[in-house]
Every structure is written in C-alpha cells, then in structure tokens.
Write a protein that binds this ligand. Structure first.
Ligand code: CU
Length: 804
C-alpha cells in the first residue's frame, strides 16, 4: 500500500473510482491528490501553497489598490499617505506626530471615505459625467485647542489633496464637544498610566485581598478593566465626560470573569491631571471615592468584602471553546464542504462584484461597516446604497455599571473590527478574501486588515423553487433548482460580541441583508440582586438581559430615482355568501393600496393586527397590465424597543423607535447615527427624528431605514459562546411585479425531468441541465443514473398515491 492509498483509507469515504460520479467527485479527487502533494511539500519546506483549482476563470480577477478608484472604493494606501502628508503640513490643524500624540494634542481619530453627492455620482455612472472628486472625512480630536473640540474635515481631492475644510451639514453640528468624542486608544492608555496606578496606590491591597491581583505592575496576577461610557442623557451634562471602568480577570474570556469592582472616572478635561475618580463600586456597595472605600474597608467591620481566587488563564477553563465532553463524531471525520466543480461563477475586480445577472460595488466603512453600492440586476439599478448604519446594545442590571451600559458602536469604529475571517469556519474554504486598509489614531501609516471580507457562492441546501407533477394527466414532470446565492460577509468583532453581516444575492432577483450575533456575553458578577436582570450561569457569572439593535439604510432606486412608497394593507371584510341566501355572509381577507404621502406618514411600527406589505415603485414604470413594477421590503427580524421615548440614552437611538422609516434622499442624511452617540444622548449630534418631517415622499428619491433587533436573556448555553442558531435577523428586498416572471428561469441551475415521449413512460425519461455537466456526489447516483436505472423513482406516476 503506497502513502496515497494509506491516506485515502484513513479518511475512509472517498469512492471516486467509477466513471459515473460526475464532476464534483473529480474535483474532490484533484483536491485530494493536491492535498497529499502539499502535505509532502510541507514536510520539506514547512510552508504551504494554495491548492490548485480545477478551473478558475472567476474569483478575484483584479486585486490590490486601483490607480483610479471608483466613487465607492475605500481609500487606497496611496490616498491615505497623500492625505496624511497633506494634513501634517496644515498648521491650523496642528497634528501631533504619531510618537508624541496625547489627549491634549491634535490627532486624527479616523479617516473614512466621504461619498460624493448622489446626483454627481449618478451623472458619472449614468450620463458620462466626470467622476466627482474623491474626498475623505477626517475626524480630528483637537485636544490642543484652549477649548478642546472634535472637528470633522472634508479633505480632497485624494489624488492630490489641496483642501481641508470643516464639513458643513445642517443635520449635525461641527465642531463637536470634546466630551462626547469616542473612546480612543490614547485616552485608554492615559487612564491606565494615571488612573489605574492611582487606584492601585489607594486600594491595591483591597484588590489583592479580594481578587488576588492588581491593575498595574502586577506580574502574572493582573486584573484588567473595560470602559463603559456614561451617556450625557444620564449625567445630565453634555459638557462633562464620565466613564465607568469595570474590573475583570484577563482570562479567556474576560467578559465572563467580571469583578464586583469598578471605578467611575470624570475625564472632562483634556489635561489628564484633572481626571478624578468620582465613584467606586465594590462588593455590592457604592463608595464616594477611593479614600472612602479604603477607610470603610479597614475600619468598619460591617463592610461587605469579596474573596475570590485569582483566575489564571488556561485552555482548560470551561469558558474556552476547547473540545470537551464526548467527542462527536466518535471517529474524526471532516464536515461537509462546498465544491465549485467548474470554478468560480462570480468575479471581483477590485471591489466590483459580478455574479450571474447581479453587479455591485462593496466597501467596509471604518465608521459604519459593510456597504454595497450601485446594486444592479441585468444592468438596472435596484439600490444605490445598502448597508449597516448603526449597532446598539442596551444592558440592564442591578450593579451601577451594567445598569448604565448602553453601547452604540459606530464610535468604536465598526468597520475596523472585521478581520481574519477563518476559512472553513467563518467562510467556506473556497471563498475569496478581501483586505481593507484604515488610518486611525496614533498611526502615521495606514494599516491593512487581512481577510476583512469574504465573498463566496453557496448552495444553501434549500430549493429556490421546485414542483413535481406526478400525474401524467397534469404533465408528469419535475422542475426545480437549488437556491445558490452569492454572499458578501464581514464579521465585526466589537469587543465581546461578533456580528456576522451578510449581503445575500439570490437568483430570483432578491437581496437579503442579514445580521447574526455570536461571541461572548457581557456578564456581571453574580449577586442575588441581579436576579430580575438575568440568570446565574456559573458561580460568579450573571448573564444580564440586553437588547441588540441594528439599523440599516437601503437607498432604493426602483426604475430610477423617482419612487413612491405604499403599503398593501390586509384586512377582513364581510361579504355575501351568495350560494346560501342573499343575506348570508362570509368573512375573508382583502388588501387595499395605501400610498404614503409624507415622511411622517411613512413611519412604520409593527402591529400584529394590521398586516401589510411594504412596496416601492416608480409610478411611470408599470407592467402591461398597469401594475406597478415594484420591490417589496420584507423585515424578518423586528423587535420592540421598550424604553420610553426621549428619556435617558434612548434619545440618541431614535432610529430604533420604528421598524421602517422612509425619507427623501439627502446628502446631509447619509448616516442615521454618529460616532458620538455613546456620550451625546443629552443632545444627539445626529438625531434621526430630524430626518423625518412632513415633506412629501411622492415621486422622490427614497431611502428606507430598517431597524431589526433581538432581546437576549442569556442562559447557560450561551457559555462559552452564544450560538448563532435562532438569532438570524434579515430583511429582504424582493421583486414584486418587477419582472414578468421569476428571473431565475434564466439560470442554468434549472433542472427539468420529463418523459422522452409524453404519456409513454416506457420510452424513458430525460434530464435537462441547460448546458451544465452532469453533477453528482461521491458514493451517490447522479440524477442521470437514477433516471436510467430507476426511472419510476423520479416522477412516480405509477404510484397509487398520485393526485387524482
Ligand atoms: Cu446578546
């Protein structure tokens, strides 16, 4: 037995020796041989190389940065460098060199693409207009100013920067108070150096006695901490800046090892020497200062004290994802994989993706994450823009820290948190992986995140459509096809949570936008008082209830930019039951078209008693039967936001008040939230309610804002990590009288089986594959073999249970 044979037997199930297995099996065989070859090669060189493909005329056709980026392309490395060089020379901006940057200097917080005005882009795309100048939005923390502020600049043109001007937008102030700036690495580092060393100095002995570790100069018994910004809607003063830092063990994973200790810090000044601890939480009691805790801990015997053994990090901790329990399957066998037997059916040129009749551009915004632009089907634009606008998670608890923990993530720079997608787990092995580059705080040079986005075609394993006619009188045929789709995926790991964000393009002309949560829960130290807010999941772990909310923007252009929105309202009606008597009645449902006239009129809050469809169309584009050629918005992940409007931090997420809002496109209303939302609830920098007025939405360029969410009451199966099952939130853009028939009829994936001669089964069956080769899987008969060997298994027209 040679080495290859030993390997083949060890993996057990390759049975590709017959001629009839089809191309998938051949593909696997090629991969198998290549695996062995590379295995040997690895032994020689300790290095791998990509597996060869059976045929490859798709996939990533053009990688690297383009010399002339499209209007939607994220900044290229060369553009970042030019921008940085230009800004560094602007004396009024006064940027500090990366190595001397501090809270009280002028620093770039983040650079993001500034999408040009829509009409300019459309003129370029549709009417041979010139490409609008590429520009960047640059957030600069001006800690150097006498009254520190955050300034947002428009910088351009990126091919040769010549101007940096303050962005003017009537929907959002600029400059912005320094106190509502996002938490950055510089500030966090300064807190560590100054505040945490002070904490250790004052109460380090208490931490050591209580938890077996300290915060600084702690060797292998360090404690760590995480910031919870306190919204100004809670403090009542937007000109102060307050953050709770709550303690944890730095074990895998720290959000499951909370301490019942935290310090509340006033960081209002740009001069860190002014920062001070204003409250301390320890062992179920709140103290007015570190000194207060110190005094009462040592002098008052009634003071509650915590005693917990230090948690050393180890793969053996039950909070890790290491294998444990009875391994399944009993013997190692790899999970199923997807095979692309004839190579990739999509192609990507820089960030322009083409798949079947779809084409579109993608990017990963530093601030708001994954976006798609200029989405077209058969060349006709369906959406100008589709993507994430904001993520929020509002927590509850008894302890004063989690009680005020309301995370709003764009300030955490959503897009910069997608990287290192793992083939075989996060995306299929055969996916195309794309990088993205960012320039942020303390960086003189842009940095590139590898494998930030993956693109892959997937057989979803469910038919897109099918019908079996098993009666000869009714045709005797089978028709159907698999729902193979193109997925563009980013996974945003924002601290403890991982959000899988997918754009899914179906061959039926439908687009799905999907958000799925996984990752570690943010737990609190168990105390009986936490009972109303979560279950005790382990000795010290309480899993507190929280509400995940996602906001998406869908700038749809159905048949052009002149669109209308209407609902189809389904209701009950009482009608005559004519066959009984003229007075007998019967109840059935009907629908009425309900055109929405103003933005206010178009605010949609789900009500189970009034089911409706949401429809968008161009009044000038009708079918031959005078029916609007429309798209339908179907929302599958709705969730009621229960907090009182206008109170607390709710004020900065008014986008969560409704499940759908429709506004007229405005270049001043590009995003529904802002990176200041974590702090600005007293006076939101971007207030989505201001997007909604009494202006007409009839025959206008409409933007659809979709809110989805899920309440999460953690349970033991959230340990170690929340599984995705049951947590898929999606909304769909579905063609609705838009095409004369389902456009998937043009897919070669269609499979049809019928009798060679109608009504004469004895003549046998034929299989239509529309030019595709016969397909099959190892160890199974192909459809063609089945048809030849057991024809009556397919249509089963002789079955006694046939339709009469
Ligand atoms: Cu959750």
């Amino acid at each position: 037995m040679d080495d290859a044979e030993k390997y083949r037997r060890s993996i057990g199930f390759w049975r590709c020796s017959t001629m009839v297995m089809g191309i998938a099996c051949v593909g696997l065989a090629v991969a198998f041989i290549a695996t062995v070859v590379i295995k040997n090669k690895e032994l020689e060189e300790s290095a791998g190389s990509a597996l060869p493909c059976p045929s490859q005329d798709g996939g990533l056709l053009t990688s690297g940065d383009p010399s002339e980026p499209s209007p939607f392309h994220d900044l290229t490395i060369a553009e970042y460098r030019r921008l940085h060089e230009f800004l560094a020379k602007q004396t009024d901006i006064n940027l500090a060199p990366a190595d001397t940057a501090a809270v009280n200097t002028s620093n770039i917080f983040i650079v993001d693409l500034l999408i040009p005005a829509k009409q300019q882009v459309l003129s370029f795309l549709d009417n041979q207009g010139t490409q609008p100048a590429r520009e960047a939005r640059v957030m600069v923390f001006r800690g150097d100013k006498p009254t520190p502020v955050v300034e947002e600049y428009k910088v351009g043109p990126l091919n040769d920067p010549a101007y940096a001007t303050l962005i003017q937008n009537p929907q959002r102030r600029n400059p912005v108070q320094f106190t509502v700036r996002p938490v950055g690495a510089l500030e966090f580092g300064t807190v560590h150096k100054n505040i945490m060393s002070l904490v250790d100095q004052e109460v380090g002995d208490i931490l050591q006695a209580s938890y077996g570790g300290t915060l600084t100069e702690c060797g292998d018994t360090c404690l760590t901490y995480y910031p919870t910004p306190v919204g100004s809607g809670l403090t009542g003063d937007i000109d102060t800046r307050t953050i709770w830092f709550w303690g944890n063990y730095p074990a895998e994973y720290y959000s499951l090892y909370p301490l019942d200790f935290g310090v509340c810090v006033d960081l209002t000044s740009s001069d860190f020497s002014q920062w001070r601890v204003t409250k301390v939480w320890y062992s179920g009691t709140i103290y007015d200062s570190l000194q207060d805790l110190k005094t009462r801990y040592h002098s008052d015997p009634a003071t509650s004290k915590t005693r917990v053994d230090y948690v050393h990090n180890s793969k053996k901790l039950k909070t890790t994802q290491s294998l444990r329990g009875d391994p399944a399957p009993e013997t190692p066998k790899r999970p199923p994989v997807q095979v692309e037997p004839d190579g990739k059916r999509y192609s990507i040129q820089h960030r322009h993706v083409t798949y079947m009749h779809w084409d579109f551009d993608i990017r990963l915004s530093a601030l708001t994450g994954p976006q798609a632009y200029d989405i077209r089907y058969h060349g006709d634009r369906i959406a100008y823009e589709l993507g994430l606008s904001e993520i929020a998670v509002f927590y509850s608890g008894d302890n004063p820290v989690q009680r005020v923990t309301d995370f709003i993530d764009s300030g955490a720079l959503i897009g910069t948190h997608s990287k290192s997608l793992i083939p075989g787990a996060d995306c299929p092995e055969g996916a195309t992986f794309l990088n993205v580059s960012f320039l942020g705080e303390g960086m003189g040079e842009p940095t590139t995140l590898e494998r930030a986005t993956c693109v892959f075609e997937q057989n979803t394993g469910i038919p897109l459509r099918r019908h079996l006619s098993y009666s000869r009188e009714q045709g005797a045929f089978y028709g159907g096809m698999a729902d193979s789709v193109l997925v563009v995926r980013s996974i945003l790991t924002i601290v403890n949570y991982d959000y899988i964000m997918d754009f899914v393009f179906h061959q039926s002309g439908a687009i799905e936008m999907r958000a799925v949560s996984t990752g570690y829960i943010l737990s609190t130290f168990y105390r009986p008082e936490e009972a109303p807010y979560g279950f005790r999941l382990d000795e010290h772990i309480n899993g507190n209830v929280h509400h995940h909310m996602f906001h998406f923007k869908a700038d749809l252009d159905i048949g052009g930019t002149s669109n209308r929105y209407e609902t189809l309202d389904i209701s009950e009606e009482e009608v005559q039951l004519r066959q009984i008597s003229p007075t007998a009645t019967y109840r059935q449902t009907k629908f009425d078209r309900n055109p929405r006239v103003t933005e206010t009129d178009a605010v949609y809050k789900f009500n189970f008693d009034t089911p409706k469809y949401h429809i968008v169309h161009n009044e000038q584009k009708k079918t031959q039967y005078d029916v609007p050629r429309a798209f339908r918005i179907h929302i599958d992940g709705m969730s009621k936001q229960l907090l009182t409007q206008g109170m607390d931090n709710e004020r900065t997420i008014p986008w969560a008040r409704q499940q759908l809002a429709v506004t007229v496109h405005s270049d001043h209303e590009l995003v529904s939230s802002s990176p200041y939302a974590m702090f600005d609830s007293r006076d939101p920098v971007t207030n989505f309610t201001n997007f909604i007025s009494d202006q007409s939405i009839v025959d206008k360029d409409l933007v659809f804002w979709v809110t989805m969410g899920v309440h999460h009451i953690p349970h033991t199966e959230d340990l170690p990590v929340t599984p995705t099952v049951g947590g898929h939130l999606s909304f769909f853009l579905l063609p609705y009288n838009y095409f004369p028939e389902c456009p998937s009829v043009s897919s070669r994936d269609n499979i049809r089986v019928e009798y060679v001669t109608p009504n004469t089964p004895a003549d046998g069956l034929k299989v239509e594959r529309n030019g595709n080769k016969e397909n099959g899987a190892c160890g199974a008969l192909t459809l063609e073999q089945l048809v030849r060997q057991r024809p009556d298994d397919i249509l089963q027209t002789n079955n006694e249970f046939k339709l009469l």
